[in-house]
Design a protein around this ligand. Structure first.
Ligand code: ADP
Ligand code: MG
Length: 366
């Protein structure tokens, strides 16, 4: 089931006399293709949950429409939309067993939708098998780990055979290892069922690792949409460039002058297509190549060996932060005692941004 958002907007009124309202989601236009997993990604407060709640029907939009396939669902109540919802806090009924929790959403069906006890159990078994908790059906939530509780919550969302699965930061309450494992599980379940899934997270690595598409949001406004790699490789503005990647992109104050890009006094690239101006230069950690005659001359702070890679920490007067982090192959020899370290740059890992608009400035190499 594809999901289409048209001009979707949500304003919350201010509280008190002079309080200003908040535009939590502003003119969101997007088509989520059938059967894909899409992540809504952005910092806390950027409008992710509001968007999800608009899609689920828990919130009413101020403006815009929502379609599931060709159906306009904007005015349908949540229970008639066919969505499965999973939240950060698993919200299981403590006095019910796992089986009873999973069956719960099926119990109040009326008329033609009414299911027999046998059919409800069959569906619960099927959902439990998908999330691999078949052995826990008679336990109560307090007898389960956090990861198991979240699986029950996912099973409860799946048992309704939803048209769309909505997950709001479902991994936030899990510890690091379980988070990693559960996100793989969600990906597997999503592929197996083929249910169109919208996954909300503030964790860029989580979003990048499991999604077909990501939507990066800031202050209620979509910044960029695309395949994770495409967005990482071609950020449209400084915000997106900074938000994606660990370690984060290194930012420098630079300038373009007659076809050369300067960082401080160092002429680091020859390029075309950008008028002379002051720019911000973003360089991904993997964009640095150790070269004795490299044009970017940095002061070496320390070298951290991480097994597969080496992390070189250095500084430069043009850098925005005190530490520049570059990741290079462990085959490289770095003189730990040296005062300076010189880099050439991988052009595909260098991004230029306008100082005025913070938008990306595309360039060609010469
Ligand atoms: P996220 O899930 O990305 O952290 P939210 O969608 O929860 O962000 O919130 C987006 C913005 O809308 C925030 O500024 C938040 O304070 C505001 N907001 C969310 N819900 C309400 C509400 N019920 N009333 C007023 N403001 C709200
Ligand atoms: Mg939220």
């Amino acid at each position: 089931m594809k999901v289409v958002l048209q001009n979707l907007t949500k304003q919350f009124p201010g509280r008190g006399k002079k309080a200003e309202g908040v535009t939590a989601v502003s003119r969101f236009n997007f088509e989520i293709p059938d059967g894909k997993l899409v992540a809504l990604l952005g910092p806390s407060g950027c409008g992710k949950s509001t968007t999800l709640n608009l899609i689920s029907g828990l919130l009413e939009p101020t403006d815009g429409r929502i379609f599931f396939g060709e159906d306009d669902v904007t005015d349908l109540p949540p229970e008639n939309r066919g969505v499965g919802l999973v939240f950060q806090n698993y919200a299981l009924y403590p006095h019910l067993t796992v089986r009873q929790n999973i069956i719960f959403p099926l119990q109040n069906r009326k008329g033609a939708d009414k299911l027999s006890r046998q059919e409800m159990n069959r569906r619960a078994d099927e959902a439990a098998a998908l999330v691999q908790i078949e052995g826990l059906m008679d336990r109560r939530p307090k007898e389960l780990s956090g990861g198991q509780q979240q699986r029950v919550a996912i099973a409860r969302a799946l048992v309704k055979m939803p048209r769309v699965l909505l997950l709001d930061e479902p991994l936030s309450n899990l510890d690091a290892r379980l988070r990693l494992q559960t996100r793989e599980e969600i990906r597997r379940i999503q592929k197996q069922t083929g249910i169109t899934t919208i996954f909300v997270t503030h964790d860029q690595e989580e979003a990048m690792s499991i999604s077909d598409l990501i939507v990066v949001m800031k202050n209620g406004v979509v910044q960029q949409t695309g395949q994770p790699q495409e967005v990482y490789d071609h950020p449209v503005n400084e915000f997106v460039a900074r938000f994606l990647g660990t370690p984060p992109i290194n930012m420098f104050r630079g300038r373009v002058e007659q076809g050369r890009l300067y960082i401080g006094r160092d002429a680091v690239l020859k390029l075309a297509g950008v008028a002379d101006q002051e720019v911000m230069v973003g360089i991904r950690p993997e964009g640095f190549l150790l070269r004795e005659d490299g044009p970017l001359r940095c002061r070496l702070s320390r070298v951290e060996v991480m097994g597969r890679d080496i992390s070189v920490v250095s500084s430069h007067e043009g850098a925005e932060s005190a530490a520049i982090r570059s990741i290079i192959d462990a085959e490289n020899r770095v003189d730990h005692q040296a005062e300076t370290v010189r880099f050439a740059l991988r052009p595909g890992k260098v991004h230029l941004f306008s100082r005025e608009t913070e938008q990306a400035l595309p360039f060609q190499l010469c």
